[in-house]
Design a binder for this molecule. Sequence first.
Ligand SMILES: [Mg+2]
Length: 367
Amino acid sequence: MSIARITLFRQWQPFRDGTYRCSGGRSAEGFDSTIVEVIATDGTAGYGEMAPLGSFYDPAFAEGARGAMRELAPRLIGQPAGGIDALNRRMDLLLKGHPYAKSAIDMALWDLAGRRSGLSLATMTGGAEGDSVPLYRSIAQEAPAAMAARAQKYIAEGYRRLQVKVGLDVREDIERLEAVRAAVPSDTVLFCDANASWGTAETRQFLSATRSIDYVLEQPCATYEENLAIRSACDRPLVLDETIDSVNTLLRALADSLADGVTIKLARVGGLTMTRLIRDIAAARNLKITIEDTGGAQIDTAAYFGLMLSTPQELRQHTVDFHNWVTVANARAAFTIANGKMCLPTAPGLGVEVDRMALGEPMFSAG
Ligand SMILES: [Mg+2]
């Protein structure tokens, strides 16, 4: 059974809550998603999705992903569809770098393997523990009062874990955290995510002014060295997100005892295969683990949900319901959310039924 055809689709996914802002004036109106369909010689189809957050968040952009996929797709036709590791090595041989472009193809191969074997992604990646994963909702940057109001809205919607976007003027950031903390129930779990926007001075200032508040700090600075420099001043859990772009950065962070947790994004590291490897190494050292992505709708959410479900329960931090951020759908999926946790009934592969009509006309096809 080999790969017979690979087809690309584009889906624009506008944000339900309007413009999404993060530090430095960066913003996006929606996700520019690329969906990959891989069809095997026996007619089975698998689907994958990749959507960057604008072109400013990671070293990735939507047209770059599609350009790279056009390069790769014709050269994967005829290859054995079940050899996912071998196909990843082949993609790395054919195209150096560009992990975000390989992510959707890798995801489609896992979906295909699951549909052919009748196994869910969680089963194939280690076995599901429980049936739900805690969710967080991020509060985009606004004035402190507006962010507090947004936090209350998300609490009313059932979220119990909030990510406060900081990383602008540090005095205002302190007010942002104080305003949100005061506006939500005391058992709400808060993460402060600076998205790599502070220097070490701002980070120290923030840490010292917020000592009495209970929160987890996420990716304060951009470079590995800056984060290492502030580690000794950080008396609370430190999670790395943007820094974790490969196995190597994780190994380095483990050697330096730099992180208490990691956020692994499928597109950043190259897909489910590489995320699973990074997750397993992180789990071996008992780091707290978040698996998610840079964007997308039902297909993408189902993929990182499946890998979260096979992550040891006591190490799971949370994940995100990106399909609820956008006004369009790309698959029928029985996601349910209750008490701040998301469920998706187990089914082969990613466990969603892709809505081919919602994808529109193909952009490109090989095979
Ligand atoms: Mg983050």
